[in-house]
Design a protein around this ligand. Structure first.
Ligand code: ADP
Ligand code: MG
Length: 310
């Protein structure tokens, strides 16, 4: 007899028949250290266990040994699926090559990791601020003139974002050509983008958590001291109900990027909401506190619906 509530799936082994208890590996960044950072994997593990799935949290290390598959083949032999909470984009590809289903999928992690790729994938599908990839300069010289021409076209100030960044730390505002030239010089070897500044949204945005394409939690974030409203930049959250417009954006983003789970940042534009960025591994501790929504439970429920299709 299996414990009540154990997630059973029809066995696919050569022996045929019988049932198999589903096992999940939750992969996290190997450098997590604080209790707050471990909150997310711990809660997902608890919610999966509550649904009868055996869940183990492991550091995302030693997976990425191409050719000799390192731990990837061991993981795929020992676990039925993986909840991937890291941002590294190589391990997911290697795990998928070993036949493992990842939540989120490798392609979704890649498209969200790079803000410019996210923009390109969603262009024409959801409203977004006007955005250009910044010219990169790999040799002696400067891309500042080209960047200034883009700034003139967008209007000042201009938002400058490194394509890879989090917590608002790699997001800047260039008020004029001189500030943009200084940023261009500093970032000339790193992929970055130039974006229309949405002045109506300065210091405020909306964070939406989407699970299986559905907006399950939503908060407005406001910072009195910075145009960036990330909680890490001093933003404070308040719960809001997702409107039909917000629900439709969450659905389109999730479907287009094939996301099981994501955090979506939206800006308040003059004519409606504008997509700012999509996080495939958004932390949910803050939004759970603000809204009271059990995001971990919603995600575990979605995962169980998906694995029932295996
Ligand atoms: N184009 C923009 N116009 C106005 N504010 C912006 C714009 N882009 C970003 N912001 C502000 O900066 C914050 C951080 O930007 P975001 O792209 O979400 O980067 P991060 O990945 O670091 O969170 C946003 O939450 C928003 O408050
Ligand atoms: Mg953000």
């Amino acid at each position: 007899m299996y414990p009540v509530g154990t997630f059973l799936c029809a066995a696919t082994s050569a022996a045929g028949g019988g049932y198999h208890i589903m096992k999940a590996v939750i992969l996290v960044n190997p450098f997590l250290s604080t209790e707050r950072e471990f909150y997310q994997p711990r809660r997902i593990a608890e919610e999966l266990k509550a649904r009868g799935v055996r869940a183990t949290v492991l550091a995302n290390a030693w997976v990425t040994s191409v050719g000799r598959t390192g731990r990837a083949d061991i993981l795929s032999r020992n676990y039925d699926f993986c909840v991937y909470l890291d941002k590294d984009k190589y391990a997911p590809r290697i795990l998928e090559a070993e036949g493992m289903r990842l939540f989120n999928r490798a392609s979704a992690v890649e498209l969200c990791d790079d803000k410019m790729l996210t923009h390109i994938a969603l262009a024409g599908k959801v409203p977004m601020p006007e955005t250009y990839p910044a010219p990169l300069c790999y040799k002696a010289g400067s891309a500042a003139e080209d960047a200034k021409a883009i700034g003139d076209a967008l209007g000042w100030p201009v938002v400058v974002k490194e394509c890879f960044g989090s917590f608002g730390e790699q997001v800047y505002l260039a008020r004029d050509g001189a500030e943009l030239a200084a940023l261009s010089e500093r970032l000339k070897l790193r992929p970055h983008l130039l974006q229309e500044f949405i002045s109506e949204s300065a210091g405020t945005d909306m964070r939406v958590i989407a699970v299986g394409g559905e907006a399950v939690a939503c908060m407005k974030r406001t910072s009195g001291q910075d145009f960036r409203s990330n909680l890490a930049c001093g933003g404070k959250g308040e719960p809001v109900a997702p409107t039909d417009e917000v629900r439709a954006i969450a659905e389109t983003v999730s479907r287009t990027l094939q996301l099981d789970y994501c955090g979506i940042d939206l800006l308040f534009g003059r004519e409606g909401m504008l997509l700012c960025e999509v996080n495939s591994n958004a932390f949910f501790g803050g939004i759970e506190e603000v809204t009271g929504v059990n995001v971990a439970g919603a995600y575990a429920a979605h995962i169980c619906r998906e694995i029932a299709k295996f």
